[in-house]
Design a protein around this ligand. Structure first.
Ligand code: NAP
Ligand code: GDP
Length: 319
C-alpha cells in the first residue's frame, strides 16, 4: 500500500475524487488536504505537511481558481498565490523524494492566438495567454515547466493533465467568482424562484453568448486522473483532457434553461460584459491514443445531475 497526497482535497475535483475512491475501493491510502490543514503558499507549512508522513505519490489539485470575472479582477493575486503554491509543492516533492505525481493545468492557459485549432499540447507556450487570465495562466505554465525540468534533470515522473472547463457537484456556485455553468445554474434558479436581488423579469447572461467552450463532467476527469496515476507507461508530458464536443455559451444557457424549466423568452445577453477568449479549443488526440475506450458523460446528463445535486444541497452549496 502506498501513501498518496491529494492537495485541493476540499475543492470540486478533490471531493469528487474522494467519492469516486469510496465507490471503487482503492489499494492505496489517499490523504486529502485543504488550506485549513496547510496553507501551501507558505513553505514552512508545506514542509510540515510533507514531514507528517512519507508520501509515495501526489495528485496536486490545489489552486486559487475562479471563473472569467474573478480572474479578470484578480490577476496579481492569481499569479502570486498559484506561483507560490506550485513552486513550493514541486520543491517539496523533490526534497521528500516523491517520484511520481499528477499535476493539474487548464485549457484556459493556452495561447489566445494559436497557430492552429484544435490546440495540441506542444502549442501550450507558443504565444501569450488571453489577458483576462494572464496571472492564472502564467502560474500554471510555470508548473508545466517545473514538471518538465525536474523530470529531465532528476528523472522524476511528474505528469501534467490539462482539463477543459470542469463542472459538477461540489462546484463553486458563486455568482460573481464562479465559472459559467455553476454561476448560471445558481442565478437562474434564484430568478425563477424570485429570490432577491435576482427576482427580475429578464434573465441577463453575461457577454454575447457567442464564445465557445469545451466542458468536462468532474467525475470523468477524476477517472482519468487515476488511470494516469497508475499507468506505468506514462512517465511525463502534458495531456489535454476533454471529449469531442464544444458548445457556444448560448447553447449551454439553453440547455440549463430547459433543465430548470425556465422560459427562454426571458433571457437576454448583456454585451457590456466581457466574453473572455472567444475560442480555446484543445485536441484530445493524445488522450485517445493512450486510453482509447474512455467514456464521457454527455452534457445533458452532466448538467441534469449537477442541477439535481444543487437542489439537494441548496443550504450547503459554496457561493
Ligand atoms: P476548487 O473547487 O476551487 O478547489 C480548490 C482547492 O484548492 C480547495 O481544496 C482549496 O482549499 C485548495 N487551495 C486553494 N488555495 C490553497 C492554499 N493556499 N493552500 C492549500 N490549499 C489551497 O477548484 P477545482 O475546480 O476543484 O480545481 C481543481 C484543479 O483543477 C485546480 O488545479 C484548477 O486549476 C484545475 N482546473 C479547474 C477547472 C474548473 O473549471 N474548475 C478547469 C480546469 C482546471 P480550501 O477549500 O481550503 O480553500
Ligand atoms: P473561462 O472559460 O475561463 O472564460 O471561464 P467561465 O467558465 O467563467 O466562462 C466564461 C464565459 O461564459 C464567457 O464567455 C462569459 O461571457 C460567459 N458567461 C455568461 N454568463 C456567465 C456567468 O453568469 N458567469 C460566468 N462566469 N460566465 C458567464
Amino acid at each position: 500500500m502506498q501513501n498518496i497526497l491529494v492537495t485541493g482535497g476540499t475543492g470540486m475535483v478533490g471531493t469528487v475524487l474522494k467519492q469516486y475512491l469510496n465507490y471503487n475501493e482503492s489499494v492505496d491510502n489517499f490523504y486529502f488536504i485543504s488550506s485549513a490543514d496547510y496553507d501551501l503558499t507558505d513553505m514552512k507549512q508545506v514542509e510540515e505537511c510533507f514531514t507528517e508522513r512519507k508520501y509515495d505519490k501526489i495528485i496536486h489539485l490545489a489552486a486559487l481558481v475562479g471563473g472569467l470575472y474573478k480572474n479578470m479582477n484578480n490577476n496579481s493575486l492569481m499569479l502570486m498565490k498559484n506561483l507560490k503554491i506550485n513552486a513550493n509543492i514541486i520543491e517539496a516533492c523533490h526534497k521528500y523524494n516523491i517520484n511520481r505525481g499528477i499535476f493539474c493545468l487548464s485549457s484556459c492557459i493556452y495561447p489566445k492566438e494559436p497557430s492552429k485549432f484544435p490546440m495540441t499540447e506542444e502549442q501550450l507556450c507558443e504565444s501569450e495567454p488571453h489577458e483576462s487570465n494572464e496571472g492564472y495562466a502564467y502560474a500554471k505554465r510555470m508548473l508545466a515547466m517545473l514538471c518538465k525540468h525536474y523530470n529531465t534533470d532528476y528523472g522524476r515522473e511528474y505528469i501534467c493533465v490539462s482539463p477543459v472547463n470542469l463542472y459538477g457537484a461540489y462546484d463553486n456556485f458563486s455568482i460573481s467568482d464562479g465559472h459559467v455553468i455553476p454561476g448560471l445554474i445558481n442565478r437562474m434558479y434564484k430568478t425563477k424562484n424570485k429570490i432577491a436581488p435576482y427576482d427580475t423579469e429578464e434573465f441577463e447572461v453575461y457577454g454575447s453568448g457567442i464564445a465557445r467552450r469545451q466542458f468536462l463532467f468532474a467525475p470523468n476527469f477524476c477517472a482519468v486522473i487515476l488511470q494516469f496515476l497508475y499507468n506505468k507507461n506514462i512517465k511525463n508530458g502534458i495531456y489535454n483532457i476533454c471529449d469531442d464536443n464544444e458548445y457556444t455559451i448560448k447553447q449551454i444557457v439553453s440547455l440549463i434553461a430547459k433543465i430548470l424549466d425556465f422560459n427562454e423568452s426571458r433571457i437576454i445577453y448583456n454585451k457590456k460584459y466581457s466574453d473572455g477568449i472567444i475560442k480555446k479549443t484543445v485536441s484530445n488526440k493524445n488522450l485517445k491514443e493512450l486510453i482509447p475506450n474512455l467514456k464521457f458523460t454527455n452534457i445533458e446528463k452532466g448538467l441534469t445531475l449537477t442541477y439535481e445535486w444543487f437542489i439537494q444541497n441548496l443550504n450547503d452549496i459554496r457561493e
